[in-house]
Design a protein around this ligand. Structure first.
Ligand code: FES
Length: 104
């Protein structure tokens, strides 16, 4: 695994999601609990919108354009109109940074 630093943990309040742009990668860091983070692609599978910064709704994020919802742990679709899930990357907290393995 190749871990990439995304942002300091303190920039993601518990219960929120924050977008991160890293070169061509559009990512969304979700922190549902103090020491738990998930990293998803920040591209809605319906029409390519950014999911963007938001408060988590339980374990889900919601697309601001047409309301699709995705599970933050699996990327699975919880509500249409998204046709398929979004990618989830391995993530961890290391030295108060959020890191992800962005390799396929
Ligand atoms: S672009 Fe996300 S629900 Fe339409």
């Amino acid at each position: 695994m190749a871990w990439t630093r995304l942002l300091p943990l303190g920039e993601v309040p518990v219960g929120s999601a924050r977008p991160v742009r890293l070169g061509p990668d559009e990512l969304l860091v979700c922190r549902p609990a103090d020491a738990v983070v998930y990293v998803l692609e920040d591209v809605c599978s319906h029409d390519g919108s950014s999911l963007g910064a938001q408060d988590l709704d339980g374990g889900a994020v919601t697309c601001p354009r047409h309301g699709a919802r995705f599970d933050i742990a699996s990327g699975a679709v919880l509500r249409s109109p998204a046709p398929v899930g979004i990618a989830v990357f391995p993530a961890r907290i290391a030295l108060d940074w959020v890191e992800a393995d962005l390799e396929d």
